[in-house]
Design a protein around this ligand. Sequence first.
Ligand code: ADP
Ligand code: MG
Length: 253
Amino acid sequence: MAKAIAIANQKGGVGKTTTAVNLAACIASFEKKVLLIDIDPQGNATSGLGLDKYKTENSIYKVLVDEESIKKNIEKTRYENLFILPSNIQLAGAEIELVMMISREYRLKNAIKEIKDEFDYIFIDCPPSLGLLTLNALTAADTVLVPIQCEYYALEGLGQLMNTISLVKKHLNKNLEVEGVLLTMFDPRTNLSIQVVEEVKKYFKDKVYRTIIPRNVRLSEAPSHGKPIIIYDSKSKGAEVYMELAKEVLGIE
Ligand code: ADP
Ligand code: MG
């Protein structure tokens, strides 16, 4: 039975997609069968794994809105053990279309029931909002992983996110837990980065991953090649830290 992990933070540009793509790829490299669900209309996880988000026939939109079978819409990637349920721009309309639909918050949860036995891990890359797409992800997930960028205002908006998580727990998914909090784009040369780490640790305590993701140019280049970092540059610092994070998530020392 797969563990489903939503990667969420309503702020844009904090490292959700980078984490979703690279953590999924690293965990797949440990011979786990992994599905990445791209539920962001921007489709960056889709293109980050080398699929053309403008051409793909299959999509999460068809699953959520048209109620097509999820199995039919899952695609193989070029990478072993790694599968994707792609997003495309149509999904931008889904946020509105879903409002009128029956069991609008449960559509992803109901869809993944069909495939939960087939995977070890399912990662869900959320859009930068707390709308119905993110609610579908949080309702379908067992846990939520929250990336936080080491920058000014890092903690701003996190109250709102935690509040949404507790509302989801109360009304939609009582078993939802916080998987972990991930510090991203750390710059060891700045006091600010160091302060943010301290503050986040004070607030989230042992929920914060030991692994901290530094700024790394190779990580920002990899998506334009449609490759996860362990394929694009396996010797880079970025590859090293996402492998470390994968071990932490898998509970391997
Ligand atoms: P989100 O999905 O939260 O909007 P992304 O993962 O797309 O955030 O990251 C935002 C931008 O920052 C992207 O251009 C990405 O390539 C870049 N980026 C993410 N993490 C790092 C990192 N550790 N080092 C350097 N650039 C990064
Ligand atoms: Mg993203």
